[in-house]
Design a protein around this ligand. Structure first.
Ligand code: DP6
Length: 353
């Protein structure tokens, strides 16, 4: 997370950039919609790539009638958006600046450097960025460790995990009255697994038909598989993930990643009416990765609430994986093809500092 302070005619201006994260143990379902308390814990890897991040500038607007927000240059309704208001009001409450500074209107300029709402985690980086920018702007002091992540969480659940680099957990917590113990924590930092590589295959940059918030609400209400997953699968799977990551056991890690993505999409299919986020190209990517892994596991796929694939591999297997994907989706193939994010993603540098 980068935050910079500038001085504009004597007024403080804060700029911040925040990265996306890719869940390997997916969050899907809330037990409290207002506080954004999850049904179960989740785990992700924070990814730093220049063309996939959110940036926000916050400036005082003493001349404005009220708070203003621009998203990619277009004005948006800040007052009527309950999630944005939850973040803004929480940061104003924690402000250590004078009351008159804290009360004055602000101008927010937000930018997403990638297609918004196409299952590429724009809400995660956007709301993490907003929280971080406002916490800096108001010189907020946390009243308990991890409080900033509980604020980001109320903007969008997955945003709390973008507040740190490396592998990050989001705890379920048990304090349903305040939600204070449903925090994100760094499990290992970005230097821990230095030969791990990530490639994103962009299958579609269109808006998804059923957003995550709506889709997961429907799953909570109707999916028996989600209830089973929350009660019986997630906790042992989290322990298995932690041990595979600690030991850098790629084969074990990769199988867990693929199984969790598959179960998440099975939950979506078990939802009534069902929600489908994968398309034919996504299914072809799944087949291509399993074909690539025919003798031993050297790559894993995972898909969030959209058709775009995120592939994990190790440095030594990256050239083979890329050529096998290029071959599987060759230009002379009559079917649709994904476009590759050209540079393998670098793991995020330390964001917690
Ligand atoms: C499939 O965090 O976008 O990406 O809390 O309603 O804003 P809200 O949902 P959101 O859901 C993300 C779901 C996911 C899995 C994940 O990131 O863990």
């Amino acid at each position: 997370m980068s935050a910079a302070m500038g001085d504009d005619d004597g007024a403080v201006v804060v700029s911040c950039r925040a990265p996306i994260n890719m869940a390997v143990l997916k969050y899907w379902g809330k037990r409290d919609e207002r506080l954004v308390l999850p049904l179960h814990a989740s785990l992700s890897l924070t990814l730093h790539v220049d063309c996939m991040a959110s940036s926000i500038t916050v400036a005082p607007g003493p001349d404005l009638a009220g708070d203003e927000m621009l998203l990619n240059g277009t004005p948006c309704d800040l007052d009527g958006n309950a999630r944005l208001q939850a973040v803004l009001q929480a940061c104003r409450r924690l402000s250590t600046k004078s009351e008159s500074f804290t009360r004055q209107p602000i101008r927010l300029e937000c930018r997403n450097d990638f297609p918004t709402a196409a299952g590429l985690a724009s809400s995660a980086s956007g709301l993490a960025c907003l929280t971080s920018a406002l916490m800096t702007f108001y010189s907020c002091r946390e009243s308990f460790p991890g409080e900033a992540t509980t604020i980001a969480r109320q903007g969008s659940g997955s945003a709390c995990r973008s507040m740190f680099g490396g592998f990050v957990t989001w705890e379920k917590g048990s304090d349903d009255a305040t939600g204070h113990d449903s925090v994100a924590r760094q499990f290992v930092d970005e230097s821990h697994w230095s030969d791990l590589r990530v490639v994103i295959l962009v299958v579609s940059s269109g808006e998804k038909e059923v957003g995550s918030t709506m889709g997961m609400r429907r799953s909570v209400e109707t999916s028996e598989l989600l209830a089973y997953r929350a009660g019986h699968v997630v906790e042992p799977r989290m322990q298995a993930f932690k041990s595979a990551i600690k030991q850098k056991d790629f084969g074990e890690f990769a199988e867990l990643v693929m199984r969790d993505s598959n179960q998440f999409h099975a939950v979506c299919a078990d939802t009534y009416p069902p929600v489908f986020y994968l398309n034919d190209v996504s299914h072809a990517i799944i087949d291509a990765v399993h074909a690539f892994n025919h003798d031993r596991i050297r790559a894993a796929y995972t898909f969030d609430a959209g058709p775009n694939a995120c592939l994990f591999t190790r440095e030594q297997d990256l050239p083979d994986l890329l050529s096998s994907m290029v071959e599987a989706f060759a230009p002379d193939d009559a079917g649709d093809r994904p476009t590759f994010v050209r540079d393998p993603l670098r793991l995020c540098p330390d964001l917690s500092s």
